[in-house]
Ligand binder design. Structure first.
Ligand code: DC
Length: 215
């Protein structure tokens, strides 16, 4: 059996990596895993159980019990809010939580048939260090905050741009620990700065990298 072609896509919040990953997977008929959704599901589970977020060992125990549920279907819309996103970013700092989610992600990449696209923060560094193609998708903090702000307005949530920017900076500070690893010389990332690119341009650039790598 041929080894599946694995594409690792990493980058900060609202960089456009999620939309790109989904589109690439659909185009190439590869399996797709949004690994941020795993952290978000673990965070939602903690919220639903009314847990004290300062109690790390209770959070770890609860998440351990939640792991078998990762195979179940879930409602994505319940995960797409800032309360869940911020808690996901907080619990993602706990090494035991990252370790609990590790196997599910690695297995997903291994068991895919044709290929898999995974997007997150540590895919090219920790989860799939041998990925066939590694993309690092980024954009300026201001651009990412503008995108998130627009998205929230479209959803009817009237928040101030400044508040979105401040939250984005706070999230970056926590997530940057992992993102910095992508700058190591042995991590052969293709970097795409999407600040001034349309989604179509980003897609085409990524597809070109795929085509040259899969030859
Ligand atoms: O990509 P996202 O915004 O849905 O992810 C939510 C949080 O989960 C993000 O702020 C950091 C964390 N995360 C992570 O630490 N590692 C991953 N591979 C994916 C997400």
């Amino acid at each position: 059996m041929n080894k599946p072609f694995v594409i690792a896509i990493d980058g900060p919040a609202a960089s456009g990596k999620g939309s790109l990953a989904k589109r690439l997977a659909a185009h190439l008929e590869f399996d797709f895993l949004d690994t941020g959704a795993l952290y978000r599901r673990a965070a939602l589970n903690i919220i639903e159980n009314g847990m004290d977020i300062a109690d790390n060992s209770a959070i770890i125990n609860q998440t351990e019990r939640f792991i078998p549920k990762l195979h179940e279907k879930y409602d994505d819309s319940a995960l797409r809010n800032d309360k869940v996103g911020n808690l996901a970013s907080i619990i993602a700092q706990i090494p035991e939580i990252r370790a609990l989610l590790f196997n599910f992600q690695q297995e997903f990449a291994k068991k895919s048939n044709k290929g898999a696209v995974l997007d997150g923060r540590d895919i090219g560094t920790i989860i799939c260090p041998d990925a066939d193609l590694k993309l690092f998708i980024t954009a300026s903090t201001e651009k990412r905050a503008q995108r998130r702000h627009k998205e929230l307005l479209l959803r009817g949530l009237h928040v101030k741009y400044e508040a979105v920017l401040a939250e984005m900076q706070e999230r970056d500070e926590r997530d940057n620990v992992r993102l910095k690893d992508h700058l190591a010389p042995n991590i052969k990332n293709h970097v795409i700065d999407t600040s001034d690119m349309s989604p179509d341009e980003v897609f085409q650039t990524a597809l070109d990298f795929y085509t040259s790598q899969s030859r």
